[in-house]
Design a protein around this ligand. Structure first.
Ligand code: SF4
Length: 365
């Protein structure tokens, strides 16, 4: 059956063959509240709930085929799409309990970054907007179900729990497009999904809490600058040395650092928005003083924060994680030069943490 996500109430009514379009709107409301079982949609007539159940309808086009979690609270789901491709999405919880959904925009990826497991899989296809929204919905449903289990006494349904919770704040408050795929290569679907995430009648997540991450696809950055969608932008830099970057990120051969810098300056002046450089720290590859100097030089002219991400070890890739001392030395160079940076605490190491690692494993199995 067609997905009921990223659809209007009328479209849902049409897909389900409902004679009353307002019932499509009721189902829409339940879905954004994280209620996916038709039997729990108690404002629908009993006969309709039974009939939807009996016909085996599901609001999803994708299926959870594996769920891994670790001590940090990170949960990674492998999802099988209608045509059999496998993608992954991750739920991350920070120390204050704030939850972020990391979603994929493509099955596989054509960009071929050498340090990324997805990059070694090749490109399968772009995701549709509903396949992006479904990743969030699966994660939200999982959060709602576990909350319900831990509040067994007080509340009788997932819907009740989500409604109560949403009076305080959304159960998942942030979305990052940092899963499988290059979002700029599938910008229409990504922006369509973002419209749904942001819609006040849907998930109502502010643009400021949504981040698109790119490996440096210059036309996409220029396009985003033109559109009035004030989401955050993150650029995966990894090296500010042209030769080195071209070796590990083939995108740099098409859009070298000078072009990337011009596009980002344009993005900054048009949008007035600050952005982030993602810098994956790889042992003995991009952590020397010369690497730091090039990064410092590249940051000049930008209002930017550098997000340092120690490489997530992956048996299939020939790279290693730097130790604490190597990271400290590198950050001292940045600190002395006045470059703002953060170090991302690595979550999800125990759950095939590298991008694409779980999906690749499941697909191979
Ligand atoms: S890092 Fe991102 S853009 Fe590069 S190969 Fe992996 S998924 Fe694709």
């Amino acid at each position: 059956m067609a997905s009921l996500f990223a659809k209007t109430g009328n479209e849902i009514a049409e897909i389900l063959g409902l004679s009353k379009s307002f019932q499509g709107k009721q189902i829409y409301k339940h879905l954004v509240d994280g209620v996916y079982d038709f039997e729990e949609m108690t404002d629908l007539p009993l006969s309709l709930r039974k009939s939807l159940k009996e016909k085996g309808f599901s609001p999803f086009s994708s299926t959870i085929i594996r769920k891994d979690s670790d001590k940090s609270g990170a949960v990674k789901l492998a999802l099988r799409l209608e045509d059999g491709f496998v993608i992954e999405c991750v739920l991350l919880t920070d120390s204050s309990g704030e939850k972020t959904a990391c979603v994929s925009s493509q099955a596989g990826c054509a960009m071929g970054c050498a340090f990324c497991r997805t990059g070694t899989m090749g490109f399968k296809r772009n995701l549709k907007d509903y396949e992006i929204v479904e990743q969030f919905a699966h994660l939200l449903g999982m959060v709602a179900t576990s909350e319900k289990a831990s509040q067994s006494a007080a509340m009788s349904s997932v819907r009740e729990m989500v409604q109560k919770k949403s009076q305080d704040r959304k159960t998942i408050s942030h979305i990052v497009f940092m899963g499988m795929g290059e979002p700029m290569a599938n910008l229409d679907s990504v922006l369509s999904a973002i419209r749904f995430f942001n819609d006040k009648n849907a998930y109502n997540i502010s643009h400021r809490r949504i981040t698109i991450s790119t490996c440096g696809v210059v036309p996409g950055i220029k396009e985003l600058a033109k559109r009035t969608v004030p989401v955050k932008l993150a650029v995966s830099l990894v090296s500010a040395d042209n030769t080195k970057r071209s070796e590990i990120m083939p995108v740099n051969r098409t859009f070298p650092l000078s072009e990337l810098k011009n596009a980002l300056l344009q993005f900054q002046s048009v949008s007035g928005r600050r952005f982030t450089f993602e810098y994956c720290l790889i042992h003995n590859l991009n952590t020397s003083k010369a690497d730091a100097d090039k990064l410092i030089q590249f940051c000049r002219g930008f209002e930017v924060i550098v997000n340092l991400i120690p490489f997530n070890p992956c048996a299939e890739l020939p790279y290693e994680t730097p130790d604490k001392e190597e990271i400290n030395v590198f950050t001292r160079f940045l600190g002395k030069a006045g470059v703002s940076y953060t170090i991302r605490i690595s979550r999800g190491r125990g759950i095939s943490g590298a991008c694409g690692q779980l999906a690749a494993k499941v697909q191979e199995e």
